[in-house]
Write a protein that binds this ligand. Structure first.
Ligand code: PMP
Length: 368
């Protein structure tokens, strides 16, 4: 049986990716210090839990496929119309819809690298060409480099701010400037998955440009997976002009948010105090973890997200493996990435890392 021969050319040529390869690896345990996926340790607001369980009693019915009440709640949140909103089962689904809707074979998808790997996956899955622009030497976003790399082949430019995995942040006015000067025949995608954790004076959502009716295709991605603590029930959304939303909504993936997820998300939008408390705990946690990592001799990238990108004297894969032995999970990139957990989890991570580094130092001192 040669199934590969049946697949379309893009899928046949799609390079292996870390995200896709996880399908074949074992599942990630829950009962550990799980700081590898940038999840919220605080979960969803208690009132969202109640709404979720109330909606569950109607599990026999299909959800409102068009998530009208959720779109209404989001539109009210941003003083926009429901026609400005697309809802999805997690913003990763929307990233795939973007590829499905906009990419012709050979179209380039431009982004600063490293960034969220789903964008390269999306380009490859639809025959597009990922065009990564390296981050500047200090790991900051190179907006000028990104602008200068735009060519007639560019179809999509992606900006993830704060960036994943680095946590780096570009002040919002700089992003706005970039969008305003960019050509109007490319789609500009701004992924704001981590914007709710930003603690910087120059910080506003690019939704502002949609509110002002900008006359170019700009799409803002948001998710309930991070500060709202709902990664497990999969809700995300996009905000754009009705013209962009209408094209994206041709995909049936846009009709896939479960009834429990819709109910929980609608309620969560009103839980401002809960969300403000989560933010303040995470900001305190990242200050603590940054300080402690520096005390342990690690290089720490400035972060505005709920995770920290750092390097230590050990190779990142070796740290990940050694910490896993101690039931602490973190993520491996060119550097290591650790999510901010509860104060207890943060301390457990730092204690475990301190032990790992001490064990290495001891081995280095002992004669061969
Ligand atoms: N964008 C970024 C930058 C992310 O880091 C993630 C998740 N890690 C997502 C989007 C996707 O989130 P979800 O599908 O859970 O909404």
């Amino acid at each position: 049986m040669n199934v590969t021969a049946l697949t379309n050319e893009s899928i046949r040529k799609k390079p292996a990716s870390k995200r896709a390869s996880r399908q074949r690896s074992s599942s990630t345990p829950l009962e550990v210090v799980r700081l590898c996926y940038n999840e919220s340790p605080y979960g969803m607001p208690p009132k969202s839990h109640e709404a979720l369980f109330a909606a569950e009693t109607r599990s026999n019915n299909y959800p409102d496929f068009f998530a009208f009440e959720l779109k209404k709640a989001l539109a009210a949140e941003y003083s926009l119309e429901t026609t400005n909103i697309i809802t999805v089962a997690g913003s990763s689904a929307l990233i795939d819809i973007i590829g499905c809707t906009f990419i012709n074979p050979g179209d380039e998808v431009l982004y600063c690298s490293p960034t969220y790997e789903a964008f390269a996956d999306m380009a490859n899955a639809y025959g597009g060409v990922p065009a990564p622009i390296p981050l500047a030497g200090d790991l900051s976003f190179d907006l000028d480099g990104l602008y200068n790399a735009i060519t007639p082949k560019t179809k999509i430019v992606v900006i993830v701010n704060p960036n994943n995995p680095t946590g780096g942040y570009v002040p919002s006015s700089k992003i706005e400037e970039f969008i305003r000067k960019a050509p109007d025949d490319i789609l500009i995608v701004v992924d704001e998955a981590y914007i709710d954790f930003v603690d910087h004076p120059d910080n506003y959502s690019m939704v502002k440009l949609i509110q002002e009716g900008i006359d170019k295709p700009v799409l803002i991605l948001r998710t309930f997976s991070k500060i709202y603590g709902m990664a497990g029930i999969r809700v995300g959304y996009g905000v754009s002009s009705p013209e962009v939303i209408d094209e994206l909504a041709k995909s049936s993936h846009a009709w896939n948010v479960s009834n429990v997820s819709q109910a929980a998300a609608i309620v969560a939008l009103g839980e401002k105090e809960f969300i403000a408390n989560v933010k303040s705990e995470i900001v305190k946690g990242r200050e603590y973890v940054s300080r402690e990592l520096k005390r342990l001799g690690c290089a720490v990238n400035d972060t505005q997200a709920n995770f920290i990108y750092f390097s230590s004297p050990l190779a990142p894969e070796d740290i990940t493996a050694a910490l896993k032995e101690k039931d602490v999970l973190i993520a491996t990139f060119a550097w290591s990435r650790v999510s901010i957990g509860t104060p207890e989890e943060n301390r457990a991570f730092i204690d475990a890392l301190e032990e790992v580094l001490a064990e290495v130092a001891l081995k280095e001192q002992s004669p061969a």
